[in-house]
Structure formats: structure tokens, C-alpha cells
Design a protein around this ligand. Structure first.
Ligand SMILES: Nc1ncnc2c1ncn2[C@@H]1O[C@H](COP(=O)(O)OP(=O)(O)OP(=O)(O)O)[C@@H](O)[C@H]1O
Ligand SMILES: [Mg+2]
Length: 390
């Protein structure tokens, strides 16, 4: 039916039975109220004559006829209500509430026809805009962070170009050194852009389940082959403990599983002390509980991502344990945030982008798996990624 021919609530109400109509308004998830008033000058005369259960719960309205100011005190909202009551205008206002979690509310007000005895009426609809507000903030933060991260190497490149044009022009030794630094900065920018693109690609298809088959153990071997030279340079030993070929096969996207292994093993070796060892273990057929079982007594631990369980699932688990500095408990919840890095941590020569674990988390989420961290300061860290076994 085209929209224009749909009956409006007002035309519908008299024909349908009223209880059904009232039940409809009562079951609306958004708080809805009707307010009446007679005296524009006396703000205490605004009264709530109707409130659906959502409104009664949100505003703790006990009885009909309660004053509006006892339910909502925010002056901006009261002004918007008055605009609808006495100015016949649609109004809008928002306010925030604190408590365990900050919430952000938008109130829409609309004029209604006067009652038979001449009282003015207005409709209020309250919307919870906390989530969209949070997303908006995250987007803004993300843009600010990404721009900042790109601007830092760019500023350094610009600085070196100036120097090369100026006093280093005729100094071949300085020129070579500066070009080396410039190449490193350009490399950093390229990595950052690669990671950003990778993250946005993963997010785009996060809701589409992967279809391929991947042997996690073989993926780990490939990553170890690729990272060994770098680890060896730093005197870090990568020691895998893997099941035989074919046993650790999961439903997954091979490139993405490689990315998970690469990020976790790269972090472990990057944050290892020289001479340290990184244990990389793949285990199969574990329950979710066994997958994240504590291996270091007294360590801080956190599940960053937990899969939905219906019972009886088995998981293929990748555990990556280092002997690095560990991560203090308070940092654990923020590790998979984009650009989050623990301050004052040494990661060798190669400065990271702080996007690695965000990528890991999104990939695991797409695979309906889990991610947990266990860390003891001064002793080391274990990252546990686990994937459902078909
Ligand atoms: N194995 C680890 N030991 C100690 N700290 C770690 C470890 N892995 C990650 N971290 C901390 O978590 C932060 C975020 O890790 P993430 O992999 O997302 O970024 P990164 O390593 O800085 O950069 P990238 O991996 O993109 O090169 C790191 O900066 C580091 O502070
Ligand atoms: Mg990393």
C-alpha cells in the first residue's frame, strides 16, 4: 500500500477498538508521553496525562497527573514542550544522564489538539541516542587518530627534505643518513595505510561468514618462516608446538588467519627481550573453557572476545606466549582499540601502528571465535585466539 493511503493513527483509532490501539502505544519501545497545560506562565502546571510503560520506567512516573518537572528537569526539554503546547511548534531537545553508563536522550515534542475543555496538549517521544552518539564519537576519534598518525611521519619527511635542500645539500654522509630515515618514515606511512585499508575491508565483510578451509598449523608455519629472520636478528627464538598436518583445519579465510598469526607472533617477538623465546602452540578439539584455561597462576587475564556458545562446541586454539614485559591489568581492556599502545613500552626499532590487535579482533569475530589475553608484569604475555572446529 502506498504510504499516502495508509490510515493515520487518528483516523484508525475510532474505528478499531481502543484497547488494541492503547496496547499498541503501550508496547512501543520508545518512551511516549502526553502532557497538558493551561497556564503558559506557570511551569508547574504541565502535567503528564499519559505515559506508556517505557516512559514510566525511564522517568520513574508513578501516577498519571504527575507534574512534568518531577519527571524531567532539563530546562531545554521544558522549553521545547512549551513551544509545542503554546506555540503549536514541533520542538526538539536533548539531554544526558549519568549513572553506571552515560546515556544520551533526544526528546521530540509535537503539538496535539486541545482537549474539549480547552487544555493544551503536546506529545513527547524520547529516543535513546546513546549508541549513535558513541559511534559518532568513535568515528571522530578514529579520524583524528588516523590523521595524527599519518601527520607525524609526514612532518618528519618534510623536515628532512628541507634539510637536504639546505645545509645537508653538499654533505654526502648526512644525505645518506637522512635518506635512510626518510625511507623508514615512508615505510611507516605505507604500513599504516595498508593496515587502515585492511581494517576497513575486514569490517565490510565481517558479517559474511568465511567459506574456505585453513589448516591453522600450516598458517603458523608460514608466518614463522616469514618472521624468523627478523626474530633471529633480535636474538628471539620462535618455538612452535603444532599438531600433524590436517588436524587443525577450520572453516576460515586463509589470508585472514595468516594475518592473525602474523600479528600475534610479530607482537610476541617484538616485545620479547633479546635471547627470549616465543612459544607458539596450536591445540585442537578443546572446549571454550579449556581454550582459555589459565596457564600462569596469578596473572591478569581478560576475554576480549567471547564466541556465542550453544553447547558442545570444540575449538582449535592458537596460543602465543612471550617472555616480554607483560601488560598491566588496566591496559588489557583497551588493547584491541585502534591505535592504542601501552605507553613507555619498547618494541625494538620498528614502531608499530597500534592497529594490529584491532585487526586481529575483527577477523576473529568474523570467524565466530574468541580472543583472550593473560599477562603477568615482568613475566610475559599469552594471547589466545580460538576458532570453532567444524
Ligand atoms: N606480546 C605483547 N607484549 C607486551 N605488549 C604487547 C604485546 N602485544 C601487544 N602489546 C601492546 O599492545 C599494543 C597494541 O598492539 P598492536 O599489535 O595493536 O599494535 P603495535 O604492535 O603497536 O603495532 P603493529 O602491530 O600494528 O605493528 C602495543 O603497542 C603494545 O603496547
Ligand atoms: Mg602489533
Amino acid at each position: 500500500m502506498p504510504i499516502s493511503t495508509l490510515p493515520t493513527a487518528a483516523s484508525l483509532a475510532p474505528q478499531t477498538d481502543r484497547p488494541a490501539f492503547a496496547a499498541m502505544v503501550d508496547s512501543l519501545p520508545d518512551p511516549v508521553l502526553v502532557v497538558t497545560a493551561r497556564d503558559a506562565e506557570d511551569s508547574s502546571d504541565r502535567r503528564v496525562v499519559f505515559a506508556n510503560p517505557a516512559a514510566r520506567e525511564l522517568l520513574r512516573i508513578q501516577s498519571e497527573g504527575a507534574t512534568l518537572v518531577s519527571a524531567i528537569r532539563h530546562p531545554r526539554v521544558l522549553e521545547a514542550v512549551d513551544e509545542s503546547l503554546f506555540g503549536d511548534l514541533a520542538g526538539e531537545a536533548s539531554y544526558e544522564t549519568g549513572g553506571a553508563q552515560d546515556r544520551y536522550w533526544r526528546v521530540l515534542t509535537r503539538p496535539l489538539a486541545q482537549t474539549a475543555d480547552g487544555a493544551r496538549q503536546a506529545l513527547l517521544v524520547i529516543r535513546d541516542e546513546t549508541d549513535s552518539r558513541r559511534n559518532e564519537r568513535m568515528r571522530a576519534d578514529f579520524l583524528a587518530n588516523a590523521s595524527h598518525e599519518l601527520r607525524t611521519p609526514l612532518a618528519s619527511l618534510t623536515g628532512f627534505i628541507e634539510t637536504l635542500r639546505g645545509h645537508a645539500k653538499d654533505d654526502p654522509v648526512a644525505r645518506e643518513r637522512f635518506l635512510g630515515v626518510m625511507a623508514a618514515q615512508a615505510g611507516r606511512m605505507a604500513r599504516l595505510i595498508d593496515d587502515l585499508l585492511s581494517l576497513s575491508r575486514i569490517e565490510l565483510n565481517e558479517h559474511i561468514a568465511p567459506e574456505g578451509r585453513v589448516d591453522v598449523a600450516l598458517a603458523v608455519l608460514d608466518v614463522i618462516d616469514a618472521l624468523s629472520p627478523l626474530a633471529a636478528e633480535r636474538g628471539v627464538k620462535l618455538s612452535p608446538q603444532l599438531p600433524p598436518k590436517g588436524q587443525a583445519t577450520i572453516v576460515g579465510d586463509r589470508d585472514q588467519i595468516l594475518q592473525v598469526a602474523q600479528n600475534l607472533i610479530d607482537n610476541a617477538s617484538k616485545y620479547s627481550p633479546p635471547g627470549g623465546a616465543v612459544q607458539i602452540e596450536v591445540a585442537v578439539g578443546l572446549t571454550a573453557e579449556a581454550a582459555i584455561a589459565l596457564s600462569r597462576p596469578g596473572a591478569a587475564r581478560l576475554s576480549i572476545l567471547t564466541p556465542d556458545l550453544v553447547g558442545g562446541e570444540r575449538f582449535t586454539v592458537l596460543r602465543c606466549t612471550d617472555q616480554g614485559p607483560g601488560i598491566a591489568r588496566e591496559h588489557l581492556p583497551r588493547l584491541s582499540e585502534r591505535f592504542y599502545r601501552v605507553e613507555g613500552q619498547k618494541s625494538g626499532e620498528r614502531l608499530g601502528t597500534g592497529l594490529g590487535l584491532a585487526i586481529v579482533k575483527h577477523i576473529i569475530n568474523r570467524h565466530r571465535g574468541g580472543l583472550a589475553i593473560e599477562s603477568a608484569e615482568g613475566q610475559g604475555t599469552t594471547f589466545i585466539a580460538y576458532f570453532p572446529t567444524p
